[in-house]
Design a protein around this ligand. Structure first.
Ligand SMILES: [Zn+2]
Length: 402
């Protein structure tokens, strides 16, 4: 290799098989100078939150400190030139290469030349695949993002595949959901400088959690689909207010959101049937859609109530408030999806309260700022808008979850 080449690229594919090191954990031979790494995460929700959760699990479980900056960085640039900022993204190419068949994600690692010290890593997820969130046995048609993120972050730390033990770093990256003893041993061995590492995971952590009831899995996906629908469809209305009325464009925008909803909804029904069960909700997505549409219409009506489209400043303000309402609707539907198993009621309630408070704050700030600039908001008060969005999520969740 030419001396001028400053960096060496090491690939670690999620599912490429390589000979398993005998004994315990696999190590790439690379490590960070200190047991810590900052990740730049600009993924779309809910992937951002899931990625952050996977980082936290490594930190809590091993003492390796991951920290987050919620900004996008190109993972294919990470470690090159001056960029020591570790990026992550979904892409239909693996940093310019076609994805090898069966590869879910790749971690690109850049060591300083001649020294086994990492200067940057980039994680890329294969955007040609269907990603979701669930517990239990891996479903070849829908990949659980959280598990693969957890595995790739192990590569970021410096770990390599380990096929001979139970490990998150098993070459099949979707098998294990929680940290295994072997992964722990790997990190604390590579980084003897971790201060007071936590105790190793209990061997009881070994058995993967019981498979999700197909109905619960279906409810989760249905709630995610509903959240995406209201987020996208209400944003179509927002655009129409901000840019000025354009009925054909509005129709096209809403139709696109609805088609996507029907696709995701129907796929969830099919998966449940494949597993020998059914979903709780009607298997005709058209009926469900018209029900959701009428609940979304209430939200839009409350925001736009008596709004004057003729006044450009007022129309823009209404558009921006619609956007906030759309985001809030997406967010609380995701919270409901997460909790479709009714795992922890108090956590769910807290998350919902936090989301609502955040929404009200943003919404009111915009209204106040408009008033300061002489722009009058004629819609309904924020609590009535919030209630309408909450109703959307509450009613749908009650229908979708047993
Ligand atoms: Zn891997």
């Amino acid at each position: 290799m030419r001396v001028g080449v400053a960096l060496l690229v090491v690939l670690a594919a999620a599912v490429l098989l390589r000979p398993a090191p005998t004994g315990s954990f696999g190590w790439s031979g690379l490590r960070w100078p200190t047991p810590e790494a900052t990740q730049y995460v600009g993924l779309a929700p809910p992937f951002d939150e899931s990625y952050e959760g996977a980082m936290q699990d490594w930190t809590d479980g091993t003492g390796f400190e991951f920290s987050i900056v919620k900004e996008y960085r190109d993972p294919c640039e990470s470690g090159f030139g001056n960029s020591t900022e570790n990026g992550v993204e979904f892409s239909d190419k693996a940093c310019g290469m076609e994805w090898p068949s069966g590869t879910l994600a790749m971690t690109f690692r850049h060591p300083s030349i001649g020294i086994a010290v990492l200067t940057g890593t980039g994680v890329v997820f294969n955007d040609n695949l269907d990603w979701g969130f669930y517990n239990g046995p891996p479903d070849p048609e829908l990949i659980d993002f959280r598990r693969v993120a957890f595995h790739e972050l192990g590569h970021v730390i410096g770990l390599e595949h380990e096929g001979s033990a139970d490990a998150v770093m098993h070459p099949s990256s979707t098998l294990f959901e929680v940290l295994q003893v072997d992964d722990y041993a790997g990190v604390v061995t590579i980084y003897p400088d971790i201060d007071n590492p936590p105790p190793p995971p209990s061997p009881d952590a070994k058995p993967p959690p019981p498979p999700l009831d197909p109905r619960v899995a279906c409810a989760k996906q249905h709630l995610l689909a509903a959240g995406k629908l209201c987020n996208k469809a209400i944003k179509c209305q927002a655009k129409d207010w901000i840019r000025g009325p354009d009925p054909p464009a509005l129709l096209k925008c809403v139709e696109k959101a609805e088609v996507r909803f029907v696709d995701v909804y129907s796929a969830a029904v099919e998966r449940a049937v494949d597993r020998g069960d059914s979903c709780k909700l009607d298997d005709d997505p058209g009926d469900v859609l018209s029900n959701l549409d009428s609940m979304m219409a209430v939200v839009v009506d409350r925001v736009t109530d008596s709004g004057n489209r003729g006044d450009e400043s007022e129309a823009k303000l209404v558009g921006r408030l619609l956007k906030d309402s759309a985001r809030y609707c997406g967010k609380i539907s995701r919270i409901e999806s997460k909790d479709a198993v009714r795992g922890n009621e108090s956590v769910r309630v807290k998350r919902r309260q936090k989301a609502r408070a955040g929404f009200e704050k943003k919404f009111s700030k915009k209204v106040d700022k408009g008033a300061d600039a002489g722009v009058v908001y004629n819609g309904r008060p924020v609590n009535e808008v919030g209630d309408a969005v909450d109703t959307f999520a509450d009613v749908f969740a009650a229908q979708a979850v047993d």
